[in-house]
Design a protein around this ligand. Structure first.
Ligand code: ZN
Length: 314
């Protein structure tokens, strides 16, 4: 057995990081309670847990006798695959049932070579920008951390527009380039939209709606004035946005279009599954209904508008 005693906060509270060699015995639990956020990236939770003991994630894994490969990469660009035994050791140390931890963490299925390994192994890997986790609400994170607030990164719900919205603390995020969530107290429509999303749209309608509103936003179509007003309110409340390397008009797009993307997706779900044999070139009834849902006086998309493409597509 090789005990590993951290210096700093862990040591001062009497925590001693030890684990029995061989991986078959119980792991002594840690002294500090760090609870995962729902959907939290594994590397985010690992970092928060390690930081509570003033350790790096690598040092914590080493102390738990978990063998790692590849270079550690912090979230949101990096994540880690854990074998079942590695998850078990981490859960025991975190004083959380293994199943609870696995359910809470958004660990994408690890490669078979790791997932089925009987040994305690872990592999760092990088994550594509499009599917990276987003900065979690700081108030929710503090409630799940023992001493200090370490930023947490969470994967957004897959059945809603890609964003994190904490309706309780009025914080939101939609782009991993932001290293902290945004204050959305001046955008109550975001909270309202998140509240009313009891019945999420289908994956297909959500994909269509996201593509359509993104195009509308980029080409200043239909809802330009509303979205520009929303962007102004967001940058006024979050002045640090204008100092970032990327334009807030781009990095905030997903948040700004969130309510309309959700409305469009759920409305598209009411279309018949197949277009009529002789499609109406002017589906006026549907467009009038959609305009009402979006709060527009009228909606007349051009022939090349993606919405019109959707109305004539299976
Ligand atoms: Zn919150």
């Amino acid at each position: 057995m090789t005990p590993h005693t951290p210096t700093g906060a862990g040591a001062s509270t009497g925590a001693v990081l030890t684990v029995r060699d061989g991986g078959v015995g119980p792991c002594p639990p840690g002294a500090l309670r760090v609870r995962p956020l729902p959907g939290e990236a594994t590397t985010s939770y690992l970092t928060r847990l390690a930081t509570a003991y003033q350790l790096t994630p690598g040092q914590l894994l080493d102390g738990l006798h978990i063998t790692t490969t590849n270079a550690p990469t912090p979230p949101p660009a990096g994540d880690i695959h854990l074998s079942a035994e590695a998850t078990r050791r981490l859960a025991a140390f975190a004083r959380t049932p293994s199943a609870h931890l696995a359910r809470a963490l958004s660990q994408r299925p690890p490669p078979a070579a790791i997932g089925t390994a009987g040994t305690a192994t872990a592999r760092w890997h990088t994550v594509d920008c499009a599917v990276q986790p987003l900065p979690a609400c700081t108030c929710c994170t503090i409630r799940r951390s023992p001493y200090q607030a370490v930023p947490a990164w969470v994967h957004p719900p897959p059945d809603l527009p890609r964003a994190l919205i904490c309706t309780r603390h009025q914080q939101a995020a939609a782009d991993p380039r932001h290293n902290r969530p945004l204050d959305i107290r001046d955008l109550p429509e975001l909270t309202r939209a998140r509240h009313t999303s009891r019945r999420p749209p289908t994956t297909a309608s959500l994909a269509w709606a996201t593509t359509i509103t993104t195009r509308w936003y980029d080409h200043h179509q239909h809802l330009h004035q509303r979205w520009r007003s929303r962007l102004n309110r967001l940058t006024t409340t979050n002045p640090h946005l204008t100092k970032g390397p990327a334009s807030p008009a781009l990095t905030c797009r997903g948040l700004i279009t969130y309510p309309e993307t959700l409305t469009l997706a759920t409305t598209l779900d009411h279309l018949p599954p197949h277009p009529p044999a002789h499609p109406d070139p002017r589906p006026t009834a549907f467009l009038a209904h959609l305009a009402t849902r979006l709060g527009l006086p009228r909606l007349a998309p051009a022939d090349h508008d993606l919405l019109r493409t959707r109305l004539t597509t299976h």
